[in-house]
Design a protein around this ligand. Structure first.
Ligand SMILES: NC(=O)c1ccc[n+]([C@@H]2O[C@H](COP(=O)([O-])OP(=O)(O)OC[C@H]3O[C@@H](n4cnc5c(N)ncnc54)[C@H](O)[C@@H]3O)[C@@H](O)[C@H]2O)c1
Length: 354
């Protein structure tokens, strides 16, 4: 990946449409607001009140009740798709057909079939297409992947990767019993693939990105807890998985476990990724927005099990939003793209036995 974004004195203006104005859409706006010559020109939501409040807050001049209406208007270059997971496919295809660049939230779609169709449509349209695998730009992720690529660990043999959340057990971000923004994430009928599709797609991407190998075999174990009387809250049937374990074998001969759970009490949004090679090992921890990387490298350290912190310069890696805009301006390659999203989705489908 090209890890630098050119500083251009008069960068090409980019007009952005935001599709879906719920919780995560605010992160998109805050990120775009920091990039020069990016203008937020329109927003779409099926909830008129949320849409109005959002547009007023960020001074977005145009609002629409559907993607189709926004496409008919057409005065934008690119879109962020931030709808619930099950609607990414339906929201993205009209944008691609209209030749718009798209940054889509994760997971790319609710099934590998839809994700592949999106990737093919994006390739046909010849537009910039990216998926928002948020923590890709963590300096520790990039440094860990670089160390593996450079051969610092020798051949990678084994890895363990966990994404630990606890919002089933505490309301720090919101209460799933009363707030639909959380309840839909527990319901397959509302497009959720549970912890597997939500945090699972992140940790599957990060683990395989760092290890530099692709999954060739996967066995999944999923658990949906008994959380509410009759397994329901209002219109929501709470049938999506809450915890997921993937046991995987990879192209380079390594095997590993990949875990995603919403029931890890004590962990709000934490990740642990451990990678073991013939000649060295890495231990990456992300906790409460801070991440650190430790390594056991070199024969003497390996012999004595001695770990040392790895310096990961914070300024090196631009965010997904910066890379999306830079790719539109022709300054960098769009990564992770929809093809990557489709490949990840195939693994998730197989972990569910689909
Ligand atoms: N990358 C990350 O780290 C990260 C973090 C949180 C959420 N997400 C993803 O972001 C997406 C949105 O999640 P959220 O937490 O903001 O959900 P949310 O429920 O808070 O917001 C979704 C919004 O989309 C709107 N919407 C529903 N159908 C629509 C349609 N057809 N057209 C336009 N708008 C529509 C809803 O009214 C709502 O305002 C999900 O795909 C989620 O997985 C990603």
């Amino acid at each position: 990946m090209n890890s630098t974004v050119n500083a251009n004195s008069s960068p090409k203006p980019v007009r952005i449409l935001i599709v879906g104005t719920g919780g995560m859409a605010h992160q998109h706006v805050w990120a775009y607001q920091k990039i020069s010559a990016v203008r937020l020109v329109a927003a779409v939501d099926i909830n008129p009140e949320r849409l109005r409040t959002f547009a007023q807050k960020y001074e977005i001049p145009q609002t629409f009740g559907s993607v189709e209406d926004a496409v008919a208007w057409g005065q934008f270059d690119a879109a962020s798709v931030v709808t619930p997971d099950g609607l990414h496919y339906a929201a993205t295809l009209p944008l691609l057909a209209a030749g718009k660049h798209v940054l889509c939230e994760k997971p790319l779609a609710s099934s590998a079939r839809d994700a592949v169709e999106m990737a093919e449509a994006a390739a046909r349209a010849g537009v910039v297409n990216m998926m928002n695998l948020t923590y890709r730009n963590e300096p520790t992720m990039q440094k860990a992947a670089q160390l593996v690529r450079e051969g610092a660990l020798g051949e990678v043999r084994f890895f363990e990767a966990s994404f630990l959340q606890s919002w089933l057990h505490q309301p720090a971000w919101g209460d799933w019993k009363t707030e639909s923004a959380w309840t839909w994430k527990l319901s397959t009928a509302h497009g959720s693939r549970g912890a597997l599709g939500d945090a699972g797609v992140h940790i599957l991407d990060y683990a395989t990105f760092i290890v530099g190998q692709e999954v060739v075999e996967v066995a999944g174990r999923l658990q949906t807890y008994n959380k509410a009387p009759g397994g329901r809250v209002g219109e929501f049937t709470l049938d999506a998985n809450d915890s997921a374990i993937m046991s995987v074998a990879c192209t380079g001969g390594s095997i590993g476990t990949i875990i995603a759970t919403r029931a890890a009490t004590g962990h709000l949004n934490d990740m642990v990724i451990k990678v073991y090679g013939e000649t060295g090992a890495l231990d990456l921890r992300y906790r409460l927005g801070e991440s650190e990387l430790h390594a056991c490298l070199g024969a003497a350290n390996v012999l004595h099990g001695k770990w040392e912190p790895v310096d990961c310069p914070a300024v090196t890696y631009p965010s997904n939003y910066e890379r999306f805009v830079a790719a539109i301006r022709g300054e960098t390659s769009p990564e992770p793209d929809f093809a990557r999203g489709a490949a990840l989705q195939k693994v998730l489908d197989r972990a569910e036995g689909r």
